[in-house]
Write a protein that binds this ligand. Structure first.
Ligand code: HEC
Length: 126
């Protein structure tokens, strides 16, 4: 009896894991972003001041979603920037944030997770 119970619980766990991948929940994405260190520089909601009351270090993710809304290739483009970092000589958010560039995050997040997080960021609504 015990093994049947375990098999059922196991199958259920697998289903949950698969559906979480297909449609990541806000909670799962918050957790991933926290564990990957993104919130050291980013917030989700716009309007949050950075250290010393200056501009935030990085753009809020709702602003990122608005900036790239409807742009083809945004998903792939941003996944690469998250993994490899951005160039201080070609800042996309110059004047709007206090950070000059984003460092590469590939040490902190896998490519698959970065892609999943970026697609969630792009789905955020104002
Ligand atoms: C040390 C600070 C820092 C950390 C940590 C950080 N970012 Fe950034 N991020 C920035 C800055 C600064 C920018 C603005 C770059 C620019 O102006 O081009 C940025 C920009 C972005 C953008 C928009 C890129 C663009 O070119 O428009 C996305 C998406 C993003 N970050 C996601 C993430 C994710 C996901 C993580 C965690 C895995 C993360 N960031 C961690 C500082 C950071």
């Amino acid at each position: 009896m015990k093994s049947i119970h375990q098999a059922v619980v196991g199958a259920l766990g697998l289903t949950l894991a698969v559906s979480a991948l297909a449609n990541p929940t806000d909670d799962a994405m918050h957790k991933l972003a926290t564990e990957s260190g993104c919130f050291a520089c980013h917030s989700i909601e716009p309007g949050k001041a950075g250290p010393d009351g200056l501009k935030p270090v990085g753009p809020s993710w709702k602003e990122v979603a608005a900036q790239y809304a409807g742009k083809p290739g945004a998903q792939e483009f941003l996944t690469r920037i998250v993994l490899e970092g951005s160039s201080p000589y070609a800042s996309h958010w110059q004047g709007k944030v206090s950070g000059l560039a984003m460092p590469p995050n590939a040490v902190a997040i896998t490519e698959g997770n970065a892609r999943m997080l970026v697609s969630w960021i792009l789905s955020l609504k104002k």
